[in-house]
Design a protein around this ligand. Sequence first.
Ligand code: AMP
Ligand code: MG
Length: 407
Amino acid sequence: MITANEAHKIILENVVPLGEEALSLCQTLFRRLASPIFAPICLPPFTHAAMDGFAVRSGDTKAACLSSPVSLEVANTVGAGPVRATGRSPLLSNQAVRIMTGAPLPAGVDAVVPFEEAQSEGKSCRLFRSVVHGDNVRKAGEDVLKGQKILEVGERITPRTIALLASVGIQNISVFRQPRVAIISTGSELVEPGRPLCDGEIYNSNGPALISSLQEIGLEPAVVSKVSDIEEDLAQTIQQQLKYDVLITMGGVSAGDYDLVPKVLQKLGARILFHKVAIKPGKPLLFGTRGKTVVFGLPGNPVSAYMVFDRFVRPALLKMMGARQPFRERRVAEAEEELAGTKGKEDYLRGVVNYIGGHYLARSAGVQGSARLLPLARANATLIIPASQEKIHKGESVEIELLEGER
Ligand code: AMP
Ligand code: MG
């Protein structure tokens, strides 16, 4: 049986970032850039007032103070927007311009005295403070220079990067394509939530959980299906869905008589790259390829399916989506109680982690069974116990990954 690290390596070796597509700016949230972005203009594009006030030649204000203000003639008024003819005539000495935030600085002036430090008096103004060159002025290019690289390949687009891109006037962006993902829940016992259960039936929880795990990283599944444990039905459904970038099956990969997924995949020409990993939960995990499609066979137990998706499928999808760092960030916490693992397997415990007094404290979210949904729902972190360790004592360090937040 291979280790978790070997499984990660095989998976990441077999997936590549998908091709690129051009989207308009507001469609790109949480996508990743397929090409670097160079600023086509500088930012700010022109030198302008950073405050509402009087634009002046700073030299004219040298003597100004509260007890002895300096008076300047107000030549005109400029607001943000295209400069009206009046705004263009160069100022003479001892003249000022009423200027509003964002308005281009007229020729000749080099600083702004905010209205709060001045007084209007008919056609002149009294300044109670001196200013020096550049005060309350934003210089052209002080934020970004024309031609400067502002975003790298693989950068995730956020509302903050959208603000930057819009500011330099970029409208079409080349981002990595999203993988088209098919998901199949297998099991003759499964029914969809919304109707009463009959004898032996259970609700399909893996299907909705997986749909939402995909949504958490910005993906909508291309197709969602549920199939019984009858080989022909399973083969037909899998065959139809081997045309997508990624196929994720759930259930039917263990050792039971009706665990038919590996056999069916093989019959359909899939190359199984591994089946079974030394992890708990999720040992039966299967990974393979068929042509350009990558296939994950997740175990059916709901906790196993969730954990295995989070740890093995999610990084693969993120790499396909162009992420530079597809793994969740690891942190170190202090164990608030003894945490039990299994020798020879990397354990992924459902944990509750709190950030208190500058460090993380971790405890188990409840009974660690692979069918225990209540602790899964209460968990906010995975606590990782290495294969070499059987337990982590109270007070010792434990590696954790928070389950929420970034995507
Ligand atoms: P399997 O991996 O198919 O042997 O399933 C292992 C356990 O998980 C069984 O108890 C199944 O009933 C259960 N199970 C399988 N698929 C699902 C699912 N989609 N939702 C909830 N439980 C499931
Ligand atoms: Mg099953």
